[in-house]
Design a protein around this ligand. Structure first.
Ligand code: FES
Ligand code: FES
Length: 201
C-alpha cells in the first residue's frame, strides 16, 4: 500500500500504535479464562499457599505463574521437568490430590487446598523408594532421564486409575508422556512391575 510498511504505518500514527497493542492484552485475558481476573496482567503478585509433599509454602506470585514454575523457580523443587511448556510432552506431570495433571498447564493460583505431590515426595520415606521408582531402576527404563520424573508420576496415577492392566493399556494411557530416548519397552515393563508393588491396585 503506497510503499508503506506496517512498521512505518504504526510508528507514524501514534493513536493507532497504542490501539495496536490492545488485541494482545485482550487475547491474554481471554486465554486465561475464568481463572484470571480481567485485570490479571496488571494486578501484581497475589498471596497463595501451596501444600507440596505435605509441606506448606506461603508464596506471593504473579497470578499467571504456572504450578510448574512455582515448583521449580519459587519452591526449589526441580525434579519436575519443563519439556515443552505447552502440554505436549508430560515431563511436568505431578499429582493433585492423587490425580495426575500437567503442571505447565495448571495455574498455581488455581491449586487451592489440594495436595501437590512431586517426584521428590512420592516415596513413603526419605530413605526409601516408591515401588514404581524401584521398578524404573530395575528395568533401566530411561536413558537421559529427563522424562523420567513425569513418566513415574504418570505411571503411578495410571496404575491407581486402573489403566495399567495390560501392556497395551499401559501404552495407551501413558501416551501423553513422551520419551525422546524411546525407552518405551523398558518403561512398559517397569510399570508392570511397579503395578505389582502397589497395594490395593
Ligand atoms: S512441560 Fe508440561 S507437557 Fe511438556
Ligand atoms: S529417557 Fe531421555 S527422554 Fe526419556
Amino acid at each position: 500500500m503506497n510503499g508503506m510498511t506496517r512498521r512505518t504505518f504504526l510508528s507514524s500514527t501514534p493513536a493507532l500504535g497504542s490501539v495496536g497493542a490492545l488485541p494482545l492484552a485482550g487475547g491474554c485475558a481471554s486465554t486465561a479464562g475464568s481463572t484470571m481476573p480481567a485485570s490479571g496482567a496488571d494486578a501484581g503478585p497475589i498471596a497463595m499457599s501451596l501444600s507440596v509433599n505435605r509441606t506448606p509454602h506461603a508464596l506471593s506470585l504473579d497470578p499467571r505463574t504456572t504450578l510448574l514454575d512455582a515448583l521449580r523457580e519459587h519452591i526449589g523443587l526441580t525434579g519436575t521437568k519443563k519439556g515443552c511448556d505447552q502440554g505436549q510432552c508430560g515431563a511436568c506431570t505431578v499429582h493433585l490430590d492423587g490425580r495426575r495433571v500437567l503442571s505447565c498447564l495448571t495455574l498455581a493460583a488455581s491449586v487451592g487446598p489440594r495436595e501437590v505431590t512431586t517426584i521428590e515426595g512420592l516415596a513413603p520415606a526419605p530413605d526409601a523408594l516408591h515401588p514404581m521408582q524401584q521398578a524404573f531402576i530395575d528395568h533401566d527404563a530411561f536413558q537421559c532421564g529427563y522424562c523420567t520424573p513425569g513418566q513415574i508420576m504418570s505411571a503411578v496415577a495410571c496404575v491407581s486409575e486402573g489403566h495399567a492392566r495390560s501392556a497395551a493399556e499401559i501404552r495407551e494411557y501413558m501416551s501423553g508422556n513422551i520419551c525422546r530416548c524411546a525407552a518405551y519397552p523398558n518403561i512398559v515393563a517397569a510399570i508392570e512391575q511397579g503395578r505389582a508393588g502397589m497395594p490395593g491396585t
